[in-house]
Ligand binder design. Structure first.
Ligand SMILES: [Fe+2]
Ligand SMILES: [Fe+2]
Length: 232
């Protein structure tokens, strides 16, 4: 698991926060908070639309990181310590979030245009950040995912308060997360939020592994996280 200082310590895996340490962390943290501000202003309480649009972006970093780790392994003729698969799995998992939420909310034309723009910016922008500073890149995703956990908690609250209808879960979600046949949106949001918490921990661990120049440590962190998720 990633380093947790006393300030960050919490028994609740949903409210885990990695306090920024150093300029790279601070940049990643404030960049995330800036994007959060715009996302809150744009989507307001429309969590279904928020999920659809943001999941299209969330599925980019894992693919870019996985690709760049693949090239790194080729260039250095060095084993990747399982990083490539971890990152590609993350991208696939995020894409499944999108496939699920698009069954629940249909993006409008403006949102579709936003997705096109965001994909271009994220592919090139995140790729560039990753090439310059992989630590910052993974830290950014770690902080994005902290926000994702928070947003899905808010979404859940809206469902529990009756402000969002607790519709039946889409079939694709029931199959993917092996939910009960009568599962509902609430169950889906809980499953997605657990995935986001996993991405958060893994990406913070990858950033830490770079920092400590201990790549195998990240493999252990990933395995620990999978074990923790299995116990939950
Ligand atoms: Fe997601
Ligand atoms: Fe995520």
């Amino acid at each position: 698991m990633f380093d947790v200082d006393p300030f960050d310590a919490t028994d609740d895996p949903l409210s885990r926060h990695r306090r920024p340490r150093g300029p790279r962390d601070a940049a990643a943290f404030h960049f995330t908070k800036l994007l959060r501000f715009f996302a809150d202003a744009f989507f307001a309480g429309r969590y279904g639309h928020r999920a659809v649009v943001l999941e299209t972006v969330a599925a980019v970093p894992g693919m870019v990181g996985g690709m760049l780790q693949h090239f790194r392994s080729l260039r250095r003729m060095e084993d990747d310590e399982g990083w490539i698969k971890t990152l590609l799995d993350e991208a696939e998992n995020e894409r499944m979030h999108l496939m699920t939420f698009v069954e629940i909310a249909q993006p409008n034309l403006f949102e579709r245009l936003l997705v096109l723009l965001a994909q271009g910016v994220f592919f090139f922008g995140y790729g560039l950040i990753y090439l310059i500073s992989p630590i910052t890149a993974h830290r950014i995703v770690g902080y994005f995912e902290e926000e994702a956990v928070f947003s899905y908690t808010q979404y859940l609250q809206q469902i529990d308060d009756g402000k969002v209808e607790n519709v039946p879960a889409p079939k694709i979600a029931i199959d993917y997360w092996k939910l009960l046949a009568d599962a509902r949106l609430r169950d889906v949001v809980i499953a997605v939020r657990a995935d986001e918490a996993g991405h958060r921990d893994v990406n913070h661990a990858l950033a830490d592994a770079y920092l400590k120049e201990d790549r195998p440590a990240a493999r252990k962190a990933v395995i620990d996280r999978i074990d923790e998720a299995a116990r939950a």
